[in-house]
Design a protein around this ligand. Structure first.
Ligand SMILES: C[S@@+](CC[C@H](N)C(=O)[O-])C[C@H]1O[C@@H](n2cnc3c(N)ncnc32)[C@H](O)[C@@H]1O
Length: 235
């Protein structure tokens, strides 16, 4: 199954929703210095790394993901840029100091509280964390909206904020990850599903079906749920 998963995601720009405007919004809020030290935790193939390099020409980006093939793709994508350090490993153990720990669509693997608690010692003085997390945007989500996330610990904005506070942080600002950010993820994925379909073996077909289902369900539940991007600081 994992192999089929990588076949589907191989060489895609990103493995979850996100767009340049998300990074720009966070950068504008935090007024990061040009030489900011940034960690992309759960970076995948590094969809957001070129944006950081573009916005902060003097920055240093450390990118970490457990999945080594994504790290290899990221290194190709950033063309051995000396500002980038990328390694396969767990984001539970980060070695800072970082002005910003950025994590798009990955915190739910370990949980908000666990991540923030683990990341606190890796933050530079005045440092912040920005992460996107599955979120309900309505009081009573449908069964379809709940099923969309399976076991991703989805909650609402108040639930995310409560976990932030439990970890000894405060929420500076939040915003919903936009529909165009989802489109940036799903459009290439949809094209890849179509391209792989005719020659897919049983295992790959199951992976393609699951991803197609994710795209189809999201179009039905997108008013009820999605990702909330939170910018948080230690108290
Ligand atoms: C939904 S993808 C998002 C990837 C990327 N941030 C993006 O937006 O395209 C989640 C990523 O988190 C990574 N991941 C999951 N648990 C991790 C952990 N404990 N440490 C580091 N990376 C992890 C997965 O390998 C996967 O690449």
């Amino acid at each position: 199954m994992e192999e089929g998963f990588f076949t589907l995601y191989q060489d895609l720009d990103r493995e979850g929703p996100g767009e340049r405007e998300d990074v720009e919004w966070v950068a504008g809020l935090l007024e990061l210095p040009d030489n900011a030290s940034v960690c992309d935790a759960g970076c995948g193939s590094g969809g957001d790394v070129p944006t950081f390099l573009d916005i902060f020409p003097d920055c240093r980006v450390t990118a970490v993901d457990t999945h080594k093939p994504f790290i290899d793709e990221l290194l190709v994508r950033t063309d051995a840029d000396p500002r980038v350090t990328a390694y396969a490993g767990s984001m539970a153990k980060l070695k800072g100091p970082f002005d910003l720990i950025w994590s798009a669509g990955a915190v739910y693997f370990l949980g908000v509280e666990n991540c923030l608690t683990a990341w606190r010692p890796a933050l530079a003085k005045g440092g912040a964390v920005a992460f996107s997390h599955p979120c309900y945007f309505v009081e009573t989500p449908s069964d379809a909206a709940a099923a969309f996330w399976e076991d991703c610990f989805v909650t609402d904005a108040a639930g995310i904020d409560s976990q932030v506070r439990n970890a000894g942080f405060r929420t500076v600002a939040t915003r919903r990850v936009s529909e165009s950010a989802w489109d940036a993820y799903f459009r290439p994925l949809q094209a890849r599903i179509a391209a792989l379909r005719s020659n897919a073996n049983v295992t790959l077909s199951e992976v393609l079906d699951a991803s197609q289902n994710e795209i189809d369900v999201w179009t039905r539940v997108k008013d009820e749920t999605g990702y909330l991007l939170s910018v948080v600081r230690p108290v």
